[in-house]
Design a protein around this ligand. Structure first.
Ligand SMILES: *Cc1c(COP(=O)(O)O)cnc(C)c1O
Length: 414
């Protein structure tokens, strides 16, 4: 069969793991819990992992597997695991690599729930997160020691929109014998090739762009098989037997299975459908973002427009290198007061007030009073979350309609 090279073709034509009895063109939804075996011997082999079949849907499922295979096809990964949410992908990865006494290096600029997971949840289990400036390699290097389990970075941080140099981070991580873990949710796989920048483990919240318009919650752990696990204290014994599959073995046969955060087959079906149109949708949203950023710069009531693709952004060059023409579909804007920011938000008629990102609809939110409401103002400002700032996630609507909505909301400002 002709081997497709293009992203869109690959994603649409990934073969099923097993031929469908009815020759369905779309992988059907297997919403059952358990699978039948012909014999006790077959069952024994399956449980030993020596027979590639399904036994129980918390462990693996044909609809979920099809979604994982498509991600594997487009990323060139060695192993892909789909989970119930992006947070499940983050927590499974860290709990797999860390033990009490371990530390992890990360920026403090993180998705809000990841930040609290790092700062509080895992600290209670004796895992320290060393918050560093990931754009400063000297600082990163100085924080790596024999207990460090990895560097964790978001490809575009939210809502600060900081972009670190991933190849430099990968080099620093690998010199320190630790993996680079990247949450690339804001730069989907059609626009960002994690493997070519040295990322060893990639995490994606498939709730966002992949789901096809905020249809369902899900997450992915993408393992490129590039890290030598004999360098990891915890995985070295497994690495003797399983080599580059050591991480996946520990994940599938222990952590993922026992924490139980599996993706539902129904969500996997929606996300597989979403994946088929990811490229078209994301390019539209990212183009909308770039064009809207230019428009917003012309509005005097808007004091500042922050977006990595805008001229003059400290990250425009590194973004272009890493994400090509599509440096995300999210931007932030600043007003002169919190009151004007709220007023503007309330005046919008088309753009929705909601907390998701990369929906098909353009969404707006005031991070300080929502995602960061548990923090005091000083803490928020240390995270660059200002009371005057709004975050916009671009959808795939017609740009002119978005501009019209913004223009009327500005005109009505008190
Ligand atoms: C949304 C998000 C997550 C968490 O994903 P869920 O699917 O909501 O659990 C993690 N990282 C980033 C960058 C996100 O945007």
């Amino acid at each position: 069969m002709l081997k497709p090279k293009g992203f869109a073709t690959k994603v649409i034509h990934t073969p099923f793991a097993r031929e469908d009895a009815n020759r369905a063109l779309q992988q059907p939804i297997y919403s059952n819990a358990a699978f039948d075996f012909e014999s006790a011997e077959q069952m024994e082999l399956a449980f030993q992992g020596r027979l590639p079949v399904h036994s129980y849907s918390r462990i693996s499922n044909p609809t979920v597997e099809n979604f994982e295979l498509r991600i594997k096809e487009i990323t060139g990964a060695l192993n892909v695991t789909a989970l119930s949410s992006g947070m499940a992908a983050v927590s499974n990865t860290i709990l797999l690599l860390a033990s009490s006494g371990s530390n992890l290096i990360a920026s403090k600029y993180l998705f809000g729930n990841t930040y609290i997971f790092f700062e509080s949840t895992i600290r209670d289990f004796g895992i320290e997160v060393r918050f560093c400036d990931l754009t400063n390699m000297e600082e990163v290097k100085a924080n790596i020691d024999s207990q460090t389990i990895g560097i964790f970075v978001e490809t575009i941080t939210n809502p600060q929109l900081e972009v670190a140099d991933l190849a430099a981070l990968a080099e620093t991580a690998h010199n320190g014998h630790i993996p680079l873990i990247a949450d690339s949710t804001l730069t989907p796989p059609n626009t960002f090739c994690a493997k070519s920048f040295g990322v060893d483990l990639e995490i994606i919240s498939s709730t966002k762009c992949i789901s096809g318009g905020g249809t369902s919650v899900g997450g992915l752990i993408i393992d490129y098989g590039t890290f030598d696990w004999s360098k990891s204290k915890k995985l070295a014994p497994l690495s003797k037997k399983y080599g580059p599959f050591a991480f996946n073995y520990k994940l599938r046969r222990e952590i993922f299975r026992n924490l139980g955060a599996c993706l539902s087959p129904f969500a996997a079906y929606l996300q597989s459908l979403g994946l088929e149109t990811l490229q078209m949708r994301f390019e539209k949203a990212a183009n909308n973002c770039r064009d809207l950023a230019t428009y917003l710069l012309t509005i005097p009531q808007i004091k500042c427009v922050n977006y990595p693709g805008i001229k003059g952004s400290p990250y425009d060059q590194i973004s272009a290198k890493q994400f090509g023409n599509f440096p995300g579909a999210m931007l932030t804007i600043d007003f002169d007061s919190r009151e004007s920011a709220f007023d503007f938000m309330n005046n919008l008629q088309l753009i929705r007030r909601a907390t998701n990102v990369y929906d098909n609809k353009t969404l707006i939110l005031h991070p300080a009073s929502t995602i960061y409401c548990d923090f005091d103002q000083q803490k928020r400002e240390s995270l660059q979350v200002y009371d005057t700032m709004l975050r916009l996630s671009l959808g795939i609507e017609d740009l002119e309609d978005l501009k019209d909505d913004i223009a009327q909301a500005i005109t009505k400002l008190k």
